[in-house]
Write a protein that binds this ligand. Sequence first.
Ligand code: OAD
Length: 253
Amino acid sequence: MSLTEHIELEELQSRLHRARRLVVLTGAGMSAESGIPTFRDAMTGLWSRVDPAALASEEGFRADTARVWAWYAERREGVRQAEPNAGHRALADYARRHPGRLTVITQNVDDLHQRAGHTDTIRLHGDILADQWLDPCPRRGGPPCDTDWARPGQPPHCNECGNLVRPAVVWFGENLPLAALNAAEAAADAAELMLVVGTSGAVWPAAGLAARARRAGAWVAIVNPHPSEIDGDADQIVRGTAAGVLPVLLAAG
Ligand code: OAD
């Protein structure tokens, strides 16, 4: 690290200690050092190997349910085997030391923030380990069938109506969960400092949260080893990795 980079990091650290409301927006790069592949990194990113439209959309699922289910089963296994890295742990420790001060918003569908101990992470893109029905449950007047009761298969399905189980993630063309989006926007509006960690900034509306926070007066810093599409929305860029930078940045205080 050069002397200028060192000074800039120290300045960011002292801004962070002064900020009463800190928001951290994370993307796939947050979990890269836990061994979960990102989407858009050249060669290693998931979307460099498979077609997102075929595997991460309702149309793709309906066209080949077994293939999509198998792809998610493999990703679920990868998430279950992964462990939170030093970056996830640094965020959770910071939240414990400073109750009510840190909001974590993630685009990630893994549960590594939660397993590190930050249980109230705002999840914009859903939860890959959870299931939901593909279509609305046709049962009238009663609660919908529980997906846990689905008949095993590729994918599991309802014994009565044939409804299919799908992963509870946001696919291309779908809306974000409204409560999560509202909470994320409110946090961005109230932030005094926002760290944007490990996202390419290519997917909206999540990518717009950095500019939104900055418009509302926050200092926005990006932590990413590579350029992102929203570098222009930041006041400061730290070229480093999540597990390398966050423990340093959030250490004392
Ligand atoms: P991307 O794969 O688009 O971007 C990952 C970013 O992480 C890149 O900018 C990398 O440079 C950076 N990166 C890689 N390793 C890193 C590390 N160790 N530390 C910090 N940064 C690192 O992932 P997202 O921006 O999260 O949508 O993608 C957004 C959405 O697109 C995802 O949530 C997913 C995908 O389609 C859904 O699942 C709905």
